[in-house]
Design a binder for this molecule. Structure first.
Ligand code: GUN
Ligand code: ZN
Length: 432
């Protein structure tokens, strides 16, 4: 395959920036280049240094745009793509009124396949090259998801939800069938190409203790897999979950009882936590996932990033489509900024862009493969245009620094600011 040389301004992170002056946390090259070969970044640096190594390469000049690692969305629901923006209620009513009936439709493999195609198109339009998704309870929905990811050679993680109570029969499995189907899906997909499996008990409310045991067994038998669930999103949910597990003491301890807590675990929301729960997250290395647009949409509450980080916990950030209202990780940062702002916490632009790239990759244990523009990593790349709309152009006339440009993208950007997305070195949009 011919090599490709991308020219443009390059920004990549080495660690989480501590403040907006933490210049050693990242590399920024004004006239940079990436040499792409066989789906990987073969070389990364100044254009003058890289170009001589690129004889015969096809050159794409993205100047004046900014090249960054593709965005990583660590929590969303593939079968909820058609219920984004469903009116009115808070978590439990919203699940019963919209989510469970919608997810029931994914028992039909043809429907799951049709939605998967459009779902992946939308992710890429928003610059998201890796995502961690819940599929429906049906194995067919996970097959549709992973088949589409494989067809596009995307590094995607997902799993069928396990749920055996407090939901209509049509979206329930049983402890044994959830174990058997998850095991079969792991054998079929985990580690095939770029796919990774996440064992996915939906949350304590929709799993019996018997099913939680099965989830624990699956996690123990498949230590390379992630585990994902929901935690402490909403007060009513917490009261219900803890009433179903009266011996647990607190919500997080339910998952702990079944051996689910580890650094492979992603816990969506994690808003209303006791000191004991925060300490347990820090001790086990499990990762809360901040879902700003979802938390505002469902009125769930304000994620306390500083408290968790201060305790030594590493947080992820995500859209949570379909309670989340935008696929854009830029819009997710925008709303995340505001949620932290009302708590007198700050999400400065350098940290924000590290978070949706290297930071989320690090949470997933994948920062050697994705999340940076380092040579030797996979060529998932996003091209950002801070002048994408008239309003952004007006604002950018007064922007003087990289930090200001990034903040404009963080607050005003969305899919219109994604000039191009590369998956394993392949551009996903026709060149303009
Ligand atoms: N808790 C359990 N399931 C869900 C879901 O699908 N969305 C959200 N936001 N919270 C959940
Ligand atoms: Zn969720």
């Amino acid at each position: 395959m011919t090599d490709t040389l991308l020219r443009g301004r390059i920004l990549t992170f080495h660690r989480a920036p501590e403040n907006s002056a933490d210049n050693s946390a990242y590399s920024y090259i004004e006239d940079g280049a990436l040499l792409l070969r066989n789906g990987m970044i073969a070389a990364s640096g100044a254009f003058d240094t890289i170009a001589p190594q690129a004889t015969g390469a096809r050159v794409t000049d993205h100047r004046p745009h900014l090249l960054m690692a593709g965005f990583i969305d660590t929590h969303l629901h593939f079968p909820q793509a058609q219920i984004v923006a469903s009116w009115g209620s808070q978590l439990l009513d919203w699940l019963n009124g919209y989510v469970f009936p919608e997810e029931a439709r994914f028992g039909d493999p043809a429907h799951a396949t049709a939605i998967a195609t459009r779902f992946f198109d939308v992710l890429l339009q928003h610059g998201t090259t890796t995502a961690v998704a819940y599929c429906s309870v049906h194995a067919a929905s996970a097959d549709a998801y992973f088949s589409e990811a494989a067809r596009r050679n995307m590094r995607m993680i997902g799993g069928k939800v396990m749920m055996d109570r407090n939901a209509p029969d049509i979206v329930c499995d049983t402890p044994q069938s959830s174990y058997d189907e998850t095991t079969a899906l792991i054998r079929k997909w985990h580690g095939q190409g770029r796919a990774g499996y996440a064992v996915s008990p939906r949350f304590a409310i929709t799993s019996t203790p018997e099913q939680m045991e099965m989830a624990g067994a699956l996690a123990a038998e498949n230590p390379g897999c992630h585990v994902q669930t929901h935690l402490s999103e909403n007060r009513e949910e917490i009261a219900f979950a803890t009433s179903l597990y009266p011996d647990a003491g607190d919500y997080l301890h339910i998952y702990d009882t079944y051996g689910l807590l580890s650094d492979k675990m992603l816990l969506g929301h994690a808003i209303h936590l006791s000191d004991r729960e925060v300490a347990s997250l820090a001790e086990t290395g499990a990762h809360p996932v901040f879902c700003p647009t979802s938390n505002l949409f469902l009125g769930s509450g304000f994620f306390n990033d500083a408290r968790l980080r201060g305790a030594g916990v590493t947080n992820a950030i995500a859209t949570d489509i379909g309670a989340g209202t935008s696929y854009s990780m830029l819009q997710t940062l925008n709303e995340g900024y505001k949620i932290l702002q009302v708590q007198n916490q700050k999400l400065h632009a350098l940290r924000a862009f590290d978070w949706i790239t290297r930071g989320n990759a690090d949470v997933l244990g994948l920062s050697d493969k994705i999340g940076t523009l380092d040579a030797g990593t996979e060529a998932d790349i996003v091209v950002l245009d801070a002048w994408a709309t008239p309003a952004m152009q007006l604002r950018m006339d007064r922007a003087e620094t990289l930090d200001e440009e990034l903040f404009v993208l963080q607050i005003m950007g969305d899919d219109r600011a994604i000039a191009q997305t590369y998956v394993a070195g392949i551009p996903q949009k026709p060149a303009a």
